[in-house]
Design a protein around this ligand. Structure first.
Ligand code: ARG
Length: 641
């Protein structure tokens, strides 16, 4: 059988481990029969401990080999496998097979793949074509208009940006969407507050979000004040605004439109600083009334709506309805509305409660808006998949949304297959500003400014280490940003963590600054040998990679570089950018520990230019992979620090 016969999803020209997997699969097919080919390919794994590189648990072939004994199969394979250009040794231990890759082939081929793909950055090393022809819509960040951006939005932004890049790296066509929140009560409060206390000049001149938030706090205090303590008329005023808002009062709509525009301009600044771009600024207020009505009509037709009364005054802390009194068995939604009931859907059989879709005054709740928005987006983008990167406090909300969409007969897509909530835990030690403000708020801008300042201090404290910095401000900001982002990405999404300034901004240990430092050090080494020794890689043909064979560290590093394309696939499957962060750290450790035994300059001095060149190629490839992985995490790898 042709050893390079491409197996499903394999990309031998871009992934050395696929070349190896294909070759092992074909050798085993020769020994055991063609039917094992694919299952062998899919079952080979990287050994977690030496001395072998790869492993195959023979029982995994059970389904195709039926009644043969796994240990006997392993022994037979070990005996009959003929070492070749790619595999130099095969051993059996019980029912497990181990393989060692021939070092010379690995050195040459891996470095060749990395070097040649780095010449075509569009299809850089690590990327693949699995998602070609498929479209992803990814919604992330989604702050509420005129409200500051807080830590929850930050983690969504950082995870969402990394996932967008990962999907693009896996060949998908990605549309990044920001669904700006629009909370009725909050907007009514804000509009009332602005008319009463606001100043148009200040709004245009100052940081509009912070300014509006200030206005909001003033009116909020009035609104929440006990009767007699402050202006009692505020409550009535807000109620009036709320009514006007629901009726579509042009003055209010225009005012909120302006708030929205100014908010977006402000968010864009933050996103630029974070190296994140959106394709679409969508929003809760932009969901079409027609789609909302269609959803309700359809649910009504299917007999899924029930009327409920809302017991006022029993609202939970976050403003959600805590108590519902249900009147079952009524399904004609016009009748229900006429009776001044809210409309809900009973999802108890799925253990998802009875979410309210429409308030007694006819307005849509956030769930109904999300349902209609999903349908609108499908018509617009025809996505194959849509992700919502939102904190885990909204698990129930999305489970309800997706369930309702899958119950909806005329939903144009299969919600259970196409929609996914990418949730994450909250960062501890940082309060989230809410509609109901608390005293200890932490805003993103403050965090980024503090990170920048801390980095600047650290850099100034050891000038000898950072002498090549050209723009201290910018570099400090970028390292600070890396520090914060890496901290957000490094834990699995389900893990919450304590924000720890000391740890985050350290150049030692597994931190963002350490990654930047490692990358910049590789760049600086390249610059130095080019300048002082005229050493640079001009073509691959002239480089003798076998000169790297005497150094075990070089082999270890090359093998690790070979695993990168599969890490990119796995991180997508698990939706865990943390897989990529872990990869970066391990690679940075390998690079750091290689410095001692794998110098470049010293060989130039000794006249061994070929060795120096081979080592330079290895470091250039390591730098390329570290840089690509960092970029996928939306970090900007620095060339000098
Ligand atoms: N704006 C919301 C918040 O700040 C998040 C929106 C999440 N996305 C959605 N489609 N519901 O908490």
């Amino acid at each position: 059988m042709d050893p390079h016969f491409p197996l499903p999803k394999s990309e031998p020209s871009a992934n050395f481990l696929h070349i190896i997997g294909t070759s092992i699969a074909s050798s085993l097919a020769n020994i055991l029969g063609d039917e094992v080919n694919q299952v062998v390919y899919a079952s080979i794994e990287i050994s977690t401990e030496g001395p072998y590189d790869l492993e195959l648990a023979v029982p995994k072939l059970g389904a195709v080999l039926k009644d043969m004994n796994p240990s006997e199969i392993a022994a037979k394979v070990a005996k009959e496998y003929t070492p070749d250009e790619l595999i130099e040794a095969v051993a059996a231990s019980g029912s497990s097979l181990s393989f060692n890759i021939r070092s010379a082939s690995m050195m040459r081929q891996v470095l060749e793949i990395i070097y040649s793909t780095s010449q075509t950055p569009k299809r850089g090393y690590g990327t693949n074509t699995l998602g070609n022809g498929k479209r992803l819509v990814i919604e992330f960040s989604s702050p509420d208009i005129a409200m500051p951006f807080h830590v929850g939005h930050r983690r969504s932004t950082v995870i969402g940006a990394a996932l967008s890049n990962l999907y693009a790296a896996n060949g998908w066509d990605v549309t990044k969407l920001n669904y700006l929140g629009y909370r009725g009560t909050q907007c009514a409060l804000l509009a009332a507050g602005f008319d009463k206390h606001g100043s148009k000049e200040k709004l245009e001149k100052e940081d509009p979000i912070m300014y509006l938030y200030g206005v909001y706090l003033v009116i909020y205090r009035d609104f929440k004040a006990k009767e007699g303590q402050r202006r009692d008329d505020t409550k009535q005023m807000v109620k009036d605004y709320f009514k006007r808002l629901e009726k579509g009062d042009p003055h209010l709509i225009e005012m909120l439109q302006r708030f929205r525009e100014l908010s977006i301009l402000e968010y864009i600044k933050i996103y630029e600083r974070l190296n994140v771009q959106f394709d679409v600024y969508d929003g809760e207020s932009l969901v079409s009334a027609e789609s909302i009505k269609d959803v309700m009509d359809q649910l009504g037709k299917q007999g899924l709506l029930i009327g409920v009364t809302m017991e006022d005054g029993r609202k939970s802390k976050r403003g959600k309805i805590a108590a519902l009194k249900v009147e079952e068995g009524e399904n004609k939604h016009e009748d229900l509305l006429a009776k001044d009931l809210a409309l809900a859907i009973d999802l108890n059989e799925f253990k998802l409660g009875k979410p309210v879709l429409q308030n007694p005054d006819g307005t849509a709740t956030p769930i109904l808006r999300d349902i209609a928005a999903a349908i609108d987006r499908y018509h617009k983008y025809h996505f194959d998949k849509m992700l919502y990167v939102v904190g885990n406090q909204q698990n129930l909300h999305f489970a309800q949304c997706f369930k309702i969409l899958s119950l909806l007969k005329d939903c144009p897509f299969d919600a259970s297959e196409k929609l996914k909530h990418i949730n994450f835990s909250q960062v501890k030690g940082m309060a989230i500003p809410t509609l109901w403000p608390s005293a200890n708020l932490v805003f993103l801008k403050d965090i980024l400014d503090s990170a920048k300042e801390m980095m600047m201090k650290r850099i100034k404290a050891s000038p000898e280490k950072f002498e090549t910095i050209e723009d201290l401000e910018l570099t400090s900001d970028q390292i600070g940003m890396t520090a914060v982002k890496v901290q957000d990405l490094q834990a699995k999404r389900s893990m919450s963590y304590h924000f720890d300034w000391e740890r985050v901004t350290s150049f030692e240990g597994d931190t963002g600054p350490y990654l930047q430092y490692t990358h910049a050090r590789l760049c600086s080494m390249e610059r130095m040998v080019a300048l002082e020794d005229g050493l640079a890689i001009s073509s691959l043909e002239s480089i003798d990679t076998s000169l790297l064979l005497s150094t075990p560290k070089a082999r270890e590093m090359v093998f690790y570089l070979a695993t990168f394309p599969d890490v990119v696939r796995t991180a997508l499957k698990t939706h865990e950018p943390s897989n990529l962060v872990t990869y970066c750290f391990k690679l940075a450790h390998l690079i750091s520990s290689a410095w001692e035994t794998l110098g470049v300059e010293v060989f130039v001095g000794r006249g061994e230019k070929e060795v120096a060149e081979a080592r330079l190629l290895l470091y250039a490839c390591a730098k390329n992979v570290l840089g690509s992985a960092m970029k996928m995490l939306s970090l900007t790898p620095l060339e000098r620090i």
